[in-house]
Design a protein around this ligand. Sequence first.
Ligand code: ADP
Ligand code: ASP
Ligand code: MG
Length: 409
Amino acid sequence: MALIVQKYGGTSVGNPERIKNVAKRVAKFHAQGHQMVIVLSAMSGETNRLIALAKEISPNPSPRELDVVISTGEQVTIGLLSMALEEMGIKARSYTGGQVRILTDDSFTKARILDIDGDNIRRDLDAGAVVVVAGFQGVDEAGNITTLGRGGSDTTGVALAAAIKADECQIYTDVDGVYTTDPRVVPEARKLDTITFEEMLEMASLGSKVLQIRSVEFAGKYKVKLRVLSSFQEEGEGTLITVEEDKNMEQPIISGIAFNRDEAKITVLGVPDKPGIAYQILGPVADANVDVDMIIQNVGHDGTTDFSFTVNRPDYDKAIKILEGVQAHIGARAIQGDRTMAKVSIVGVGMRSHPGVASRMFRTLAEEGINIQMISTSEIKISVAIDEKYLELAVRVLHRAFGLDQAPV
Ligand code: ADP
Ligand code: ASP
Ligand code: MG
């Protein structure tokens, strides 16, 4: 008998039929004697609908009120699944984040989990019930409803698993595991049997939305056994996120390719090439809560230089406005930007022991005439910023160039 947390995403609970299917799967595990805690997302499309609704009332809603609205999608699905289980004769109890008491900080719309009270859950489990918890939400110290950022139900699942010391956390979604890249973009993408936490962290932070990055951080920190599986297949081992690299296998050089469409590039031209300039440019941007990603400062000529960086596309206008405000003060000649950038990243722990990975990546892109506008690297990843219109092409050719479409020997 094991204690298992299962998280089902939006597509998996997208209509009553699918909710009944989830109930059947949960019932099967329950019948085998396992203690089950189920974490649910809202029905697919629902969170988007709620956000759009809020924006119709107010273009810039108060984050507190926005969370009150967008947390409701999950309250619907947990109630429905509990009903479906009861229909099958299984005792079930639903809990919102506040009812469990998933305590978060007060950063509305992107709150962090601080503590989880497992008492209610344990009591119900001991009484033989299935516990159904709303993902994506918590409460702050003052009792305000908070949400955990898009895709946050993954994090609820893993954090709960850590808090109640579950034997395993299973993330059920609409694909049967973690793939070498998004299978909706590259049909030849292959499912991975295992991927290391390090690699999964990079993939998630570089745009693969199959797991929210914080869920991977939690799993790594609290040693939660984490698996991604399909809610539409009866069988299948999915993908196990592992601490250890698989020593028995020849490590592939690259494990996966991640990408993010929503990038924008900003260049500050002709700034004085002197100490403190990066701070003068990026300080005000950071103060406005705009995340800066890739950064390059060019070689100076005649005492001036150009400085470029990328931001998330939704922050582009705000960042440009801030820089225009400080342009005279910095002494910059001009500010330019491009809001249709994308970032493509190759990820793999095998990179550590294989030189020449970057040159192969750059050659592959060059052969397709794709211009690389910025580059950033870490020990296990290389990212490039390119024009968005080449994104799919870039991902496909890199996938082939690194042999990801072929099963490892
Ligand atoms: P859920 O609603 O279940 O949380 P998401 O839409 O958040 O599901 O995440 C699953 C989706 O992630 C898949 O449908 C797939 O398109 C996308 N995805 C992106 N990168 C990958 C990858 N490397 N492996 C698998 N799926 C990926
Ligand atoms: N419903 C939330 C979202 O769409 C949380 C989640 O699905 O994980 O982002
Ligand atoms: Mg998700």
